[in-house]
Design a protein around this ligand. Sequence first.
Ligand SMILES: [Fe+2]
Length: 161
Amino acid sequence: MGLTWNKQLSVGNAVIDSDHKNLINIVNSVRNAIRSRDSFILSEAFVRFEDWLCIHFANEERIAHAVNFDFSGHRQEQQYALCELQHLRDELVAKGGIWSDGATEHFTGFLKNWLIDDHIVRLDMLMKPALQVRDYTFWPGWKDDETNHIAGHTANLYLQL
Ligand SMILES: [Fe+2]
């Protein structure tokens, strides 16, 4: 059974909720790739996952900044999460598709726990009070200098891996 988004997971902002729905679908594809033990499909799924995570983290930071939410703790945890996920990907790729059913359960469980329990419920819910005072569809828009800032931040996340 794949992971699904529900209203209890809403953080009070349409962009972030939409990103989370997308990430849940992507994590489902990574979990399926782990179960299939196909290294090529697994690598592709991880690349997509990491790319979308960087976009999502940049969106969250953009919104947090606009609603005056202190994002420093989030940023640290996001960088740590990207490193953890890269290690997980490297570990799986190194195994060449050969791992036990127990390991499959362990890795798929880790991804579920990280995205749902740790990232959305524990971390992003901290933003909900600040987000709920705005319209659900609130999006601060982009200015040229800020676009460059976020693009730079996203690039930095990659460089730190
Ligand atoms: Fe998030």
